[in-house]
Structure formats: C-alpha cells, structure tokens
Design a protein around this ligand. Sequence first.
Ligand SMILES: [Zn+2]
Ligand SMILES: [Zn+2]
Length: 206
Amino acid sequence: MWSGCLNVLGLGSGKGKEEGLLSDPQLSKETAKCVFCNPTPEKGFDIVLEEERFIAFRDRDPAAAHHLLAIPREHITNVKSLRGEPGAKLVEELHRFGTRALAKVMHPIDVARSHDNDALGKDLSPASSPETRYGFHIPPFRSVEHLHLHCLALPFRSPYRALKYRVAPGDPNARPPQHKGWSWFVTAVQTIAILRDGGTVKVGAC
Ligand SMILES: [Zn+2]
Ligand SMILES: [Zn+2]
C-alpha cells in the first residue's frame, strides 16, 4: 500500500493496463508494479472525481486541510519525462481537472467559513476562501513513479509538511529567464511555462 510520497518502493500489487502505449516491455513491467495504475476503491483509494483520462483521490497522509492527487490514467513516470507542447497541454488539462476535484471537496468548508465571517461582520468575498496549491515533486525526491499532481487546500498541517511543497519563484531577469528557482517541488503553472519554453523540469533553477 502507498502512503503519500514516501516508502512506496516495491509495494505495488495492481495489474497494469494492457493497451496502446504499454506494448513496450519495459513500460509493461513498470505498470505491472505501479500502485497508481488502475486505482480502485477495492485497493483502498478514496476516489473523488473520475473522467475518461484522469482520476483524483485523497492522499492517504494529507499534508494540508485538503490534499488530493490527480493523475492521468496513462502511465507517465514523472514530471521530468514531460516535453514540449504535448507535455504542457497534458499538465494544463490535469491542472484544470485537479481544480475541479479540489473544488468538490472544498465546497463545504468554504460555506462554513463564510458563515464565520458573516458572524464577525467580515468580508464574504471568494478572496477569503483558502489558498490552494497545485504541483509535482521532482526526482530524486522520493515519490510514487506515476505522474501525480498534488492538489492542496491550505493551511498545511505543520511547517515540516509545508517544506515538501515549497514554491521557489524563478528569476525573470536571468538569461535565459527562469520560471522556477531551486526546489524539489514545481507548480503546474511553472511546469507549463518551462515546457512551452522548450525546457525540462529539474530541481535546480530552470
Ligand atoms: Zn502507473
Ligand atoms: Zn509527490
């Protein structure tokens, strides 16, 4: 069984999907032991939203008030393997899907907070809703080897947890311009910008 982004090596049990891309023997071997290929409630996944190409479920070990993982059904190893416009498009769609999934679980909390604010005579605008964060871990950060977008509704449960999801802004004045600073976490928006610029995602500034 998997737990968040740690201690997952060698723990897969599901059968891989047998279609299309997976005729590659190396890839078939990877998906056969991949815990995120074909997630189902029977395997212990708390699924929040399912669509044709994507699926979202709750992280077993949530780092924030709400913490979902949104994944493509297709086995893609990690964010470092994405390239160019096809990669950017995929992340854009996954990000939109993750936003829909998170909104589904966040809604009751937003309503509750609005009531609190109302009672205190404070702002009721949507700006008072919790901060959200969407992004990927970058190897060698140890993680499940199936591309998964972390979808977080803050606050974090502890400062230590927050460290794993630290966003490092890039330096737009660097040559070439950087979309991201040094960090093992990259946001969906940073990823899209890096890929559209012809780059690849790495832990260092890029
Ligand atoms: Zn997989
Ligand atoms: Zn991760």
